[in-house]
Design a protein around this ligand. Structure first.
Ligand SMILES: *Cc1c(COP(=O)(O)O)cnc(C)c1O
Length: 351
């Protein structure tokens, strides 16, 4: 699968490796919705164990994990407390208000992370006038603000606040394993006290499709009803689940390489005139690049970098986001930094 560009747009852009494809091709399969697919069963057991939860369910996407969790935890008119930049707030086409019929209650954290005090302040005083606060969602790692890791003490304090007020705790763990590898804190420790938690297989883990949602027996039972209801039940899904099992065996420890590559990219770009990059804020595999000090806006940078063979997207008028992953080598990171520097010193130079 030759590619002729440097792919920094997203960790979703990876292609399954030959070994992963082999694992998929030779997977034992059955009927997933009848619980008769041995490979899906192995995957969900593995992820339940990873998070220290009773059970898990295989779903086609992380978005569906968030949506089903909201639908199980919340009723019509309820509120979901989440950080303003969170995927469940701004990247799921308002799904929570359609399926769960719950409203997001966005709060402003620092690089995607809010405190227990902020969470508590956002909980409505129970009253027939107010929406009912029902669920707190945290995103580990916080994606759109640069892959920030939520510190364990911070998470624990929020879990306590939720317990005190009878709210459900949900973790959007799309990249939770990046946090695990960066900190050495286990997924089980991060997930302690949560009512629902999931991991995406199609981000840093390099699978083509899929996510796994974990929780109590009762939660997963209800999640299955939603999965059925919205058309997420599958058949011989072991073909795809095999990629997940393979990735959990082979693509977790290596996330450290992505983190080192992201840090290196940030360090190099931070020395380029006209680019604003803060290496100290690069916790994992995501680098935020502010181009407001240069002559061009982010879409122009994206276009010109694309012409030079570096693919990455603007996430704001003056902001680019670069992600490292399985399909970006340290040499490519070096080349990308050279191209950035060349453009910044030349045609896109600081005014
Ligand atoms: C990608 C992502 C999702 C959604 O996952 P999909 O598999 O793309 O549906 C949710 N939350 C975060 C933080 C993500 O990065």
């Amino acid at each position: 699968m030759a590619k002729n560009h440097i792919e920094l747009q997203s960790d979703t852009q990876t292609r399954p490796t030959p070994a992963m494809r082999e694992a998929m091709a030779s997977a034992e399969v059955g009927d997933e919705q009848g619980f008769n697919d041995p490979t899906v069963n192995a995957l969900v057991e593995r992820v339940a164990e990873l998070f220290g939860m009773e059970r898990a369910v295989f779903l086609p996407s992380g978005t569906m994990c968030n949506q089903i969790s909201a639908a199980v935890h919340c009723g019509p008119g309820d509120e979901i407390i989440a950080e303003r930049s969170a995927h469940i707030v701004g990247v799921e086409a308002g799904g929570a208000s359609v399926l769960a019929r719950a409203a997001p209650h966005p709060i402003d954290g620092t690089r995607g992370v809010f405190s227990a005090e902020q969470a508590e302040a956002a909980i409505r005083f129970p009253s027939r006038y107010a929406p009912r606060s029902r669920m707190i969602s945290i995103e580990q790692t916080a994606n759109l603000v640069g892959g920030t890791i939520w510190p364990l003490e911070n998470i624990r304090a929020i879990v306590n606040v939720a317990g005190k007020h009878g709210l459900k705790m949900h973790m959007d763990g799309a990249r939770v394993l990046n946090a695990v590898i960066a900190t050495g804190v286990s997924a089980k420790d991060y997930a302690k006290g949560f009512d629902s938690v999931w991991v995406d297989l199609s981000k840093g883990l390099g699978c083509p499709i899929g996510a796994v949602l974990a929780g109590s027996d009762d939660f997963i039972e209800q999640a299955w009803r939603w999965k059925q209801r919205i058309g997420g039940s599958m058949r011989q899904a072991g073909i795809v689940a095999a990629a997940g099992v393979y990735a959990l065996d082979h693509h977790v420890e290596r996330l450290a390489e992505d983190h080192a590559n992201a840090k290196h990219l940030a360090n190099r770009l931070s020395t380029v005139n006209g680019l604003g990059v803060e290496p100290d804020h690069v916790d994992t595999n995501i680098v935020i690049i502010d181009v407001s000090g240069s002559r061009a806006d982010a879409p122009t940078w994206s276009k010109r970098l694309g012409d030079e063979g570096v693919r990455l997207s603007p996430i704001g008028l003056n902001t680019l986001r670069a992600l490292t992953h399985l399909d970006v080598t340290s040499e490519e990171v070096e080349q990308a930094a050279d191209i950035f520097a060349r453009l910044a010193e030349g045609e896109l130079a600081a005014a």
